[in-house]
Design a binder for this molecule. Structure first.
Ligand code: BG6
Length: 459
């Protein structure tokens, strides 16, 4: 039996825009997702939109009870910026009532709330002014963060500023999975810089806010990068992928400064973002207390021939490759590589001061999961149990070797809506029946996990 440390955080993760529902109800103003769905519903899987996320706004009590029944001791979700501050300035009392009741309920049932502030849900009023491209977004976010600390700091003791900021940068400005879906590396880098500044100013507000005595973090997707070969060129591709996709955010957020190689590269390619005097000092003075790490699959890269410096993208420096020994999740197509969790763990220990951290997301998406429902209505998700157990083994090994990991959260508790993919891939411990008022049914993995939590151990 492999025991986990005492008081280990066992839980699950989600976000407001993916679970609340009640879009545009009780004073909430539109985020880019509400707007986009209205404009182009055909982009969304089965044309299911933000109104039909997991209905948590109305069913949170039931969910919290299920969490307690499963013995979860922690849960991460987010606050919706456009629900709390519909115009960016005025507090919406219905939102305050809802979140206070929800967080109090979690606490009362022994589930520690970890509250994140931004999970890809840019307010539309701010997007109309340029979103993260506009410097105004930095102070707008810091104001929102400070408001949340004041209103909920007596209940919530663990906070996060952003979830996977690399995703809104990449998917919105180098791809088209997020609004506005443009392809422009220079704009993407500016968006990235403003995001880091918004994070640092929110941390600064947190340190000054008298209404809370908690700890603050940021949640990053840290897919470890592996090179195709030991060849010098492939190794260089690996180094560049890691620099652009991992260290560009991890270093300023944890160490307080951008890597020198990154600044040199941006100068060389005329991509340095616009900064205001004093910005780097603010970043240096506002490091996090703990880190959230989302891990699904690694990134495998090889050298890219003929880099095109005119239409520069991260892919200019490296390209992906298919590892022949890859173990694949056949229901989602993503690689399964539990060893990756060990490598991340050791890296935080060795290169990032052994900062306290937790797995804030790990999980297995399954398309067409209804085919695994048995006569009792239970999804027989042995594949998910195997996935979690394999990852926990490597996590456990790293803790044995001194990693400062304090928790593991599965994505997600109840099946949730996932942006353009809507309900295509199911991830939850609980299935949601969309044809029957979002009714919740346990999956086999929820029984297995309850046992792991109660023993605080895996076999
Ligand atoms: C995570 C995000 O990276 O991936 C979630 O934080 C998202 O917001 C999840 O829902 C799963 O994505 P998908 O595309 O498989 O549904």
């Amino acid at each position: 039996m492999r025991k986990f440390p005492e008081n280990f955080f066992w839980g699950a993760a989600a976000s407001a825009p993916q679970t609340e529902g009640a879009a545009l109800i009780d004073g909430k103003s539109p985020s880019t997702w509400d707007y986009w769905f209205e404009k182009e519903p055909e982009r969304f899987f089965n044309q299911v939109g933000p109104k039909d996320t997991s209905n948590v706004y109305y069913q949170y009590k039931e969910d919290v009870q299920l969490m307690q029944d499963m013995s979860l001791n922690s849960y991460r979700t987010s606050i919706s910026w456009t629900r709390l501050l519909p115009d960016g300035k005025t507090v919406n009392q219905s939102a305050v009532d809802y979140y206070r009741a929800y967080f109090t309920e979690l606490k009362a049932k022994g589930v520690e709330p970890i509250m994140n502030l931004f999970h890809f849900d840019m307010p539309m009023w701010l997007m109309e002014k340029g979103g993260w491209e506009n410097r105004e977004s930095v102070d707008a976010f810091a104001f929102y963060a400070d408001t949340a600390f004041t209103l909920f700091g007596d209940i919530v003791k663990k906070w996060a500023t952003f979830n996977e900021p690399m995703v809104h940068i990449e998917c919105g400005y180098l791809g088209d999975a997020h609004y506005p879906g443009v392809h422009d590396y220079k704009r993407a880098i500016q968006v990235g810089f403003h995001t880091v500044m918004a994070h640092a100013k929110a941390v600064a507000a947190f340190r000054q806010n008298k209404h809370n005595d908690g700890e603050i973090s940021c949640i990053l997707n840290l897919s470890p990068v592996y090179a195709k070969s030991q060849d010098e060129k492939d190794q260089e591709a690996r180094r560049l992928a890691d620099l652009l996709l991992i260290r560009s955010l991890l270093d300023p957020i944890v160490l307080g400064s951008f890597p020198e190689e990154l600044i040199a590269l941006y100068k060389e390619t005329d991509l340095l973002p616009e900064m205001v005097e004093g910005d780097l000092e603010i970043i240096a003075n506002n490091k996090i207390d703990f880190l959230g790490v989302n891990y699904y699959q690694p990134l495998r890269v090889q050298h890219q021939d003929n880099p095109n410096l005119e239409t520069i993208t991260p892919g200019t420096y490296f390209k992906g490759y298919d590892w022949p020994e890859k173990r694949i999740n056949p229901h989602r197509g993503w690689e399964i590589y539990p060893e990756g969790i060990y490598d991340i763990s050791m890296r935080i220990k060795n290169d990032y001061g052994n900062l306290p951290w937790f797995i804030s997301e790990n999980g297995m998406g399954v398309e067409g999961e209804e085919k695994f429902i048995d006569e009792q209505g239970i999804v027989q998700d042995d594949y998910r149990i195997e996935f979690i157990e394999d990852h926990l083994q490597f996590l456990h090994q790293s803790i044995e070797e001194g990693s400062n990991c304090f928790g593991y959260h599965l994505w997600t508790f109840v099946d949730c809506w996932s942006w353009l993919n809507a309900y295509k891939n199911r991830y939850g411990f609980y299935r949601i029946d969309l044809d029957d008022n979002f009714k919740r049914y346990p999956k086999q993995s929820s029984f297995w996990m309850k046992d792991v939590i109660e023993r605080n151990a895996i076999n």
